[in-house]
Design a protein around this ligand. Structure first.
Ligand SMILES: Nc1ncnc2c1ncn2[C@@H]1O[C@H](COP(=O)(O)OP(=O)(O)OP(=O)(O)O)[C@@H](O)[C@H]1O
Ligand SMILES: [Mg+2]
Length: 413
């Protein structure tokens, strides 16, 4: 097991004076973790502080509603981080399955009590530590059915760990791109898209806005009923306040998912997340990765490859996942493609808000659009897919983009 896919390359373009750097071991990071750092991020409302108020590590750890674990407790809970407890690996480190008592939260016998996922930070220094702290800061305070629950953390000597609720179906990435599991049905794909849209919308519409910054298939985790929950808040950032239109940061994220204007300028807005959502929507439609280095030419980049087919209802079937075996509603698929095109608008202001995307996706679950058809081009009544009834519920303009997106190359270190 492991994060063996080239598509997950992290973007780290040095564009500002911020102290951030990439968490990928092959990228820039200071090797020593300072004993105390402060981060400008979500502060919660109870303290009465603003989003941009820096908080010290001690403040974050003492105010979060999660349990501080000792390293030895997590060692027992995961049976000494046994390889057969390994759930996966990412840039941050390895993730292990473990068990704790439901009430005391102490380590429990394998197979009894509450199942947890324990993420163990690689000893990587400042950036890893900073992302660990950012995650405790956000997930310690933000609670929503579509955000993964943080049970606790461990800061014991040099060890930094995060303890989450266990998500039995793993990540969306595993289901969409790996051979083995049953292919996801259209209905499940829509359920996942809606769940993830709810999570993002919650962050964006919060009084103290949060920009997630790392929206991608591997960060969408699935519970036993395929409810989607966002994980990995290590790159999350407080949204702009007052009259500001954006926050300026060093460019961080994942190649193929990061919005082009953000990569080019370091200016971050909620519309950067909306762009990434558009990329994931195409992944759901096509079953292809955002970036696939095993392919050649234009097919390496999903957005570049898919866009020419997405605005034409007669061509859309060419990008649809063959694993669906034609079992999807044409109107639903075309509406989804249209939403994706809007999310991918080159001009970030033209992208819809996540609340608008969510409202439109929710309309697709109406029984009207649930009939399946085997071939898109056999459907004569496909013309008015821009669905005027939808507009009553959603302010989104459902017209496809007139021209394909211009693309920029990403600076990847
Ligand atoms: N709470 C959880 N429950 C079950 N499995 C999990 C949980 N958290 C993570 N995993 C598994 O561990 C894998 C690695 O997760 P991780 O977030 O460390 O890396 P990633 O998302 O693949 O990459 P990146 O570091 O770029 O975010 C996931 O793909 C998933 O399969
Ligand atoms: Mg992840």
């Amino acid at each position: 097991m492991g994060n063996c896919f080239g598509s997950s390359t992290k973007v780290d373009a040095t564009l500002s004076t911020s102290s951030e750097s990439s968490r990928n071991p092959s990228k820039i990071s200071n090797k020593s973790a300072p004993s105390n750092i402060s981060i400008s991020s979500y502060s919660g409302k109870s303290s009465g502080e603003g989003l941009s108020t820096p908080r010290s590590e001690a403040e974050i750890l003492s105010s979060s509603n999660v349990k501080p674990f000792l390293f030895n407790e997590l060692k027992s809970a995961t049976r000494n981080f046994r390889p057969d407890s390994l759930l996966g690996e990412g840039g941050f480190g390895y993730v292990f399955k473990g068990w704790i008592d439901e009430t005391t939260l102490n380590a429990a016998k394998p197979g009894s009590g509450l199942v947890i996922a324990v993420k163990k930070l690689k000893p990587e220094g400042y950036q890893g530590h900073k992302e660990w702290l950012t995650e405790v800061n956000y997930l310690g305070q933000l609670h929503h059915p579509n955000l993964v629950k943080l049970v606790g953390y461990c800061s014991d000597g040099d060890n930094r760990l995060l303890v989450y609720e266990f998500m039995p179906k793993g990540s969306l990435e595993n289901h969409l791109f790996r051979r083995g599991p049953q292919p996801l049905s259209w209905a499940i794909r829509m359920k996942v898209a809606i769940g993830a849209a709810r999570g993002l919308s919650f962050l964006h519409e919060a009084e103290e806005q949060v920009i997630y910054r790392d929206f991608k298939a591997s960060n969408i985790l699935l519970d036993g009923e395929f409810n989607a929950k966002l994980s990995d808040f290590g790159l999350a950032k407080a949204g702009p306040t007052g009259d500001r239109t954006h926050v300026s940061t060093r460019v961080m994220g994942t190649q193929g998912y990061a919005a082009p204007e953000y990569v080019a300028t370091g200016r971050l807005t909620t519309k950067s997340d909306v762009y990434s959502f558009g990329v994931v929507l195409i992944e759901l439609l096509s079953g292809r990765r955002a970036v696939d280095k095993t392919k050649t030419g234009v097919e390496q980049n999903l957005v570049d490859w898919a866009i020419p087919y997405m605005g034409d209802k007669r061509k859309l079937f060419r990008i649809m996942d063959t694993k669906l075996e034609g079992q999807y509603p044409q109107k639903g698929a075309y509406t989804c493609a249209t939403i994706a095109l809007q999310c991918l608008s080159h001009e970030s202001k033209l992208r819809p808000r996540m609340a608008e995307v969510l409202a439109t996706l929710e309309q697709l679950q109406a029984p009207k659009s649930s009939t399946t058809h085997s071939k898109v081009e056999n459907r004569p009544s496909f013309n008015h897919v821009c669905l005027s009834p939808l507009k009553q519920h959603s302010p989104m303009n459902m017209k496809p983009l007139a021209s394909p997106l211009p693309r920029r190359s990403l600076l990847v270190k």
